[in-house]
Design a binder for this molecule. Sequence first.
Ligand SMILES: *Cc1c(COP(=O)(O)O)cnc(C)c1O
Length: 394
Amino acid sequence: MSKYQVNDNGYYGDFGGAYIPEMLYPNVEELRQQYLAIIQSAGFQEEFDQLLRDYVGRPSPLYLAERLSDRYGANVFLKREDLNHTGAHKINNTIGQILLAERLGKKRIIAETGAGQHGVATATVCALKGLQCVVYMGAIDIQRQAPNVARMKMMGAEVVAATSGSKTLKDATNEAMRDWINNPVDTHYIIGSVVGPHPYPDMVARFQSVISAETRKQLLEKTGRETPDYAIACVGGGSNAAGMFYHFLDSPEVKLVAVEAAGKGVESGESAATTVLGREGVLHGSRSLLMQTDDGQVVEPYSISAGLDYPGIGPLHAWLHKTKRATYASATDDDAMQAGLLLTQLEGIIPAIESAHALAQLEKMTFAANDNVVVCLSGRGDKDLDNYMKYFGF
Ligand SMILES: *Cc1c(COP(=O)(O)O)cnc(C)c1O
């Protein structure tokens, strides 16, 4: 078995596991016992593939960006997750989890969301399947993200404000946990990245692995080789990167590059570069790297992109970092905004600011002339227009 896959105890090397309050044990244990059998069953795979095709619009194209390629002196391919229904990779995971929830007999779905992207992806699949949906969101985030709140409500979700603490993502996560403890029988909790207690990181990585499965086939058609020289993706919790890397993990010739958000600079005190600033500890139910003070308090992260503004990374990434299988780089707000503008002007594609962090890495690398480079374009930038307008003064 690959050393980069989760083991039977739910660990990637030193990282992972399920560090949960005792009252959550039955819920997580039910998932752990059933998830593999369900997602490997023929019926599940068939419905998953059909929805990814007809509802999400997969396979997402692998686009050879010629003007970007000219600039960097390599063949730069963009994996177009931005073209998915709802505008990002997150829907791959929520489709997978709603099908799982149905097969577990769950009638009610809960989720937590920060900027609202995962909340929207969850509300979407609940509308699709006619399941009740409750999304916990920090009271401050509800004010900051009005369009996403409206989308969720329009799709029939109930958006519940978390009013404790800093009234942001971590407080919404606490509320969702409390809900799940109180509703263990009929409710499934959809986590939005490769984080949380085992089996979530593995389950989410499997659902997102469609990204690299498609990329292998598309590269073979376009280049005659299934593997690229480089695969690059941004990392918040790490789900689009996990999906982009998954089927290349055991192909050592593929150099994997993950890009974290440096915010205003890694040393500025306003950053989300977990592999540089973080230490080992437990966050949201698993052992990983996280940004924390000397006495173990979680440090507030910062990034201009809401999706990368997370104080940890999933346990798979902590392991890929520790084993040096992947390289972890970072891009500042400024790097990302410039890279987002550049893609827009060279290719006519406005990327999500999260994805622009991955693109920013191209500026810092040197390539050989025939290198094939795949960048995961995790989402589209429509949601970020306000930010782009403010930053560039358009
Ligand atoms: C949420 C989000 C991310 C960050 O999440 P990961 O789990 O690290 O992939 C990246 N890009 C976009 C467009 C997002 O919406």
